[in-house]
Write a protein that binds this ligand. Structure first.
Ligand code: HEM
Length: 356
């Protein structure tokens, strides 16, 4: 519902977005999924903390907890992310059912909702069209994106026709809330309660799923990759896509260049040449003779050596006798072939250039 339009008569919604899936998005169901997810994520840590402090952790519950949450997290990373959002491999229908149903326990929203937003995120990274825009302020980029609902018409457009034509994906989307209760509460409580009588432990300990992935990132492991690979050995996953090694190296080099440029931006390279004045040869000579400037020329650039002369490793006399002259040849090997360090020092001594 466009509240802004109702109360002010105006609306800043972008009704031009061509995404045909907006008809689906406008269904109240998606709104309910959003609020369910927000409520769950905001109350769960507190409830689980209270439960963990007041409930005895039985070994069987702990083992079940670790396995259930590990599988659950892998269903999100291998399923929601790598299979449905990026189609990076092919999965048998059995594996798709397994991932679509088990992942509901993590309350991360339906596959359709998650994969669509994730695709938008990739295409419009850190722009106002990105649902996870890291430049939308400290609060939003850290935690706000989890709870604050964004007007879908302002998000970027991505093709989701493959998701919409997938019966399993749409089934999971339409029945997401009951499925989330079933997998997040009923199944774990039922297993621990009926299995070894630990109803309370089943309720409290089985409900931190979204925290689990952080641990995986922290240690730089990739259990998702191993899980998909294991499924491929069993014939459940196939056609595993890998990016060409050459392209990975290109990306690596680009990242390194970015890092280096970041460091470079903190270093003083002196005033850029284009910001310095130009002199004709006559003006240069006049500056040296009449104004006593201690300038020399190397490859068309004028350097003031008045201070550096006293620090020159090659001695004062050589530079003193160079004043007012073009020393390009001498600097580049005629007298001495200077190293990079000398060339970097030049940046700070330049005062202008000779007009072409
Ligand atoms: C503003 C211009 C100049 C700068 C910034 C400069 C800088 C340096 C630096 C840093 C070195 C140490 C070695 C190296 O890094 O290559 C050096 C060595 C030397 N420079 Fe220069 N130089 C300048 C101009 C000249 C000129 C015009 C001459 C000759 C006419 C000259 C002759 C030498 C010689 C002979 C050495 C070798 C010293 C030794 O190892 O015994 N330099 N210079």
């Amino acid at each position: 519902m466009d509240f802004q339009k109702i109360f002010t008569g105006k609306s800043d919604r972008n009704y031009d977005n061509p995404d045909p899936s907006f008809s689906i998005d406008d269904q109240p169901l998606l709104q309910r999924i959003h609020w369910f997810r927000s409520l769950y994520l905001s109350t769960m840590p507190l409830l689980a903390l209270y439960g963990a402090l007041t409930t005895k952790l039985l070994t069987k519950t702990a083992i079940f907890y670790v396995i259930y949450l590990a599988l659950n997290s892998i269903c999100i990373t291998a399923g929601y992310h790598r299979y449905w959002s990026h189609r990076s491999y092919k999965a048998s229908r059995a594996l798709q059912y397994f991932m679509a149903i088990l992942s509901c326990a993590s309350a991360q929203g339906s596959i359709y909702w998650w994969a669509r937003n994730h695709r938008i995120h990739h295409r419009y990274t850190d722009t106002p069209k990105d649902p996870y825009n890291a430049k939308a302020g400290f609060f939003y980029s850290h935690i706000g994106w989890l709870f604050l609902k964004r007007d879908r018409r302002k998000l970027g457009y991505v093709d989701t026709s493959d998701l919409q034509s997938d019966k399993l994906v749409m089934f999971q989307h339409n029945f997401y809330i009951p499925l989330a209760y079933l997998m997040g509460y009923a199944i774990p409580i039922g297993v621990c309660g009926l299995g070894w009588g630990d109803w309370r432990g089943g309720y409290f300990f089985l409900n931190f799923p979204s925290d689990y992935r952080n641990g995986i990132r922290f240690y730089h492991l990739d259990p998702t990759k191993w899980a998909i690979w294991f499924c491929s050995l069993l014939g459940l996953a196939y056609d595993l896509k890998t990016f060409p090694e050459n392209e990975i190296k290109k990306g690596y080099i680009e990242m390194k260049f970015k890092e280096l440029n970041k460091i470079k931006s903190t270093i003083d390279y002196g005033t850029p040449l284009e910001k310095l004045p130009t002199f004709t040869m006559d003006e240069f000579t006049a500056q040296v003779k009449k104004s006593n400037k201690q300038w020399i020329i190397i490859q068309g650039v004028i350097y003031d050596v008045s201070t550096f002369m006293f620090e020159h490793p090659g001695g004062i006399p050589l530079l003193d006798s160079a004043i007012g002259k073009d020393m390009s040849e001498a600097f580049n090997g005629g007298v001495y072939s200077h190293q990079n360090a000398a060339r970097n020092l030049l940046n700070h001594l330049r005062v202008g250039s000779i007009a072409a």
